[in-house]
Design a protein. Structure first.
Length: 180
């Protein structure tokens, strides 16, 4: 099911780009909205495993840096106040960091968690980007859709990703009202 949503999102992004190329911005906005919903559905279904991965990685990070507090130490702040201190502090941290210097076993052990978390983050970022693009497309719509057409498009854009059936139904009505 997740693969279907991923492929659907990519398909709608393709459609949106095509509509933009044709200067049909209201239709592009609707296509971006559909891509947004598909990406958010993927993220929603992956949220549980992403939360577990985050906890696992946080535990590994905490275990890898024993005795070091999560907040900045006084020496770190002093280093930053000196000219070039940031570079010195960063290189000192990198040299003593078990994740970077000699701690490849930690990184290798946690690679699946990192990869799943990055994939989850990518889906969320794609959904947010599709949201932004749908809002920009409708704002840039230079076609006079009329009050009914604009209202129907905005109604679709206001749907959340939990109501896919409602979104599809309203989307069809909206496409009809803008003549697509």
């Amino acid at each position: 099911m997740l693969q279907m949503y991923c492929e659907t999102a990519k398909f709608f992004e393709f459609c949106a780009h095509d509509y933009e190329r044709l200067k049909k911005m209201a239709a592009a906005a609707l296509a971006y909205k559909c891509a947004e919903v598909a990406y958010f559905k993927v993220a929603y279904y992956k949220n549980g495993s992403a939360s577990k991965d985050r906890v696992e990685l946080q535990g590994a990070l905490d275990a890898a840096v024993p005795g070091e507090s999560p907040s900045s130490s006084a020496s770190d702040v002093d280093n930053l106040n000196n000219q070039g201190g940031f570079d010195k502090a960063a290189s000192a941290k990198a040299a003593s960091s078990p994740q970077i210097a000699g701690g490849h076993a930690i990184a290798a052990k946690n690679r699946p968690y990192v990869m799943r978390l990055l994939t989850f983050t990518n889906h969320v970022n794609c959904a947010i980007e599709a949201t932004r693009k749908s809002r920009n497309a409708i704002a840039a719509s230079n076609v006079d859709l009329g009050k009914d057409g604009m209202c129907s498009v905005r109604k679709v854009l206001d749907f959340n990703f939990h109501n896919v059936e409602g979104l599809l139904s309203t989307g069809r009505q909206s496409l009809n009202s803008i003549g697509q």
